[in-house]
Design a protein around this ligand. Structure first.
Ligand code: GAF
Length: 396
């Protein structure tokens, strides 16, 4: 169905061609290859990953492409179309978390994580182009990490099976960049498969590919970029994580994943304050909603997941308190316009909303959300429809 343009505006031209052109222009040479990694949305299971729980994300058709070639010395030069000048670093900066900043930190972080795991990382030149919008909560950072990781692993002939890439890319983000995120984004971006949602147990890292054929069911997934400015998102994320870890400690479990939904009331009764109780209720009920969603999808009942998506949103809004007026408005307007379900996706405090809609009503739902935004004086949202796409891969 007709989707309005992705947002924010991306440079024109095919993303892989832009990476190649950037490589040739910056380095006056041909790349040895091109590696792509997508952005992601999470269908359901929010703030459950760092609680050792369940998530159900899928990879997007929007991709980041890294054109790369090895070099003889142990240095890394990275150019991105977001900047004029390349960033160059060597082992000293790579071994000192935080020494490289900005978008290049995601590449330096991957070099760091590989070296920390004992791999001999080849020096390389990289050129990055991306259709994954930055700052919209679609994991543009995990896309850069994963595409750069794929490139470096192959250029160096490293012995590192793809199943181990997500944890490594997560370490880059946690320890080099300094963001205390879970394993979901990198897993979706690396292990996603076209036409499927990725059911991931974040404790065991076991995955099951769940068929998610929206087109065959006459459905579409509308992604609405709330365009809400991220307000204190980093500090709020860290504080939610801390509350969860503290609650697990009080309850005497390794992680909130170990609280059975059937025993939730008893667990809540042992917690000291209302805020902690609401945080725990979100995580425990959200894990259960992921399991229920997976059951419905296995039974081919895609439409029926709508109420679970909407319940997830209510839980994020009322219990976990990570939504903002723009995303609540988008969810309400989408539901009022006939969506089967709608929810914010990602870490919160802005980002994108998903709405499950009939394919032939996607444009009308998008228009209804846009009108609701205008009525509230919000900047116009971005809207596009997406299908689950493939994870990180070599292009050529
Ligand atoms: C962000 C984090 F990066 C993920 O690890 C996850 O915690 C998500 O927020 C919330 O579900 O995307």
């Amino acid at each position: 169905t007709g989707a309005a343009a992705a947002s924010p505006p991306t440079p024109s031209g095919d993303v892989a061609a832009r990476a190649t052109a950037g490589f040739r222009q910056r380095y006056a040479a041909e790349p040895a290859g091109r590696w792509a990694a997508p952005g992601r949305v999470n269908l359901i299971g929010e703030h459950t990953d760092y609680n050792d729980g369940f998530v159900l994300p899928f990879a997007l058709p929007l991709r980041t492409v890294v054109a790369a070639a090895g070099r003889d010395d142990e240095r890394w030069t990275v150019w991105s179309e977001l900047d004029d000048d390349p960033v160059e670093f060597g082992p000293r900066e790579a071994d000192e978390p935080g020494a490289v900043t900005g978008w290049a930190a995601y590449v330096a972080g991957v070099v760091w994580a590989l070296r920390a795991a004992g791999h001999r990382v080849p020096g390389a030149r990289l050129a990055i182009a991306s259709d994954v919008p930055v700052g919209s909560g679609l994991s543009s950072s995990a896309a850069i990490e994963s595409a750069a990781l794929a490139a470096l692993v192959e250029l160096g002939g490293l012995d590192l099976p793809a199943a181990r890439w997500p944890r490594l890319a997560q370490r880059a983000e946690n320890e080099y960049v300094g963001a205390p995120t879970g394993i979901m984004d990198q897993s979706a971006v690396i292990r996603g498969r076209a036409g499927h949602a990725l059911f991931l147990d974040c404790r065991s890292e076991e995955v099951e590919q769940i068929p998610f054929d929206l087109g065959a069911a006459g459905l579409a997934m509308l992604v609405i970029d709330s365009r809400a400015p991220h307000r204190h998102a980093d500090g709020e994320y860290a504080s939610r994580r801390k509350s969860c870890e503290e609650a697990a400690r009080i309850l005497g479990v390794a992680a909130l994943r170990d609280v059975d939904a059937a025993d939730l009331d008893a667990a809540l009764g042992r917690l000291p304050d209302d805020e902690t109780r609401r945080r725990v209720r979100h995580v425990v009920t959200e894990d259960q909603r992921v399991l229920d969603t997976v059951d419905l999808l296995r039974a081919g009942r895609i439409r029926d997941i709508g109420p679970l998506l909407t319940a997830s949103h209510a839980s994020m809004r009322d219990d976990f308190e990570i939504t903002v007026p723009e995303v609540d408005t988008a969810v309400e307007a989408a539901l009022a316009a006939g969506a089967y379900g709608a929810r914010m996706t990602g870490g919160g405090f802005g980002g994108c909303v998903l709405a499950l809609v009939d394919a032939d009503s996607a444009d009308a739902v998008a228009a209804a959300v846009t009108a609701a935004y205008a009525a509230r004086g919000f900047a116009a949202p971005g809207t596009l429809t997406v299908l689950p796409a493939a994870g990180a891969t070599r292009l050529d």
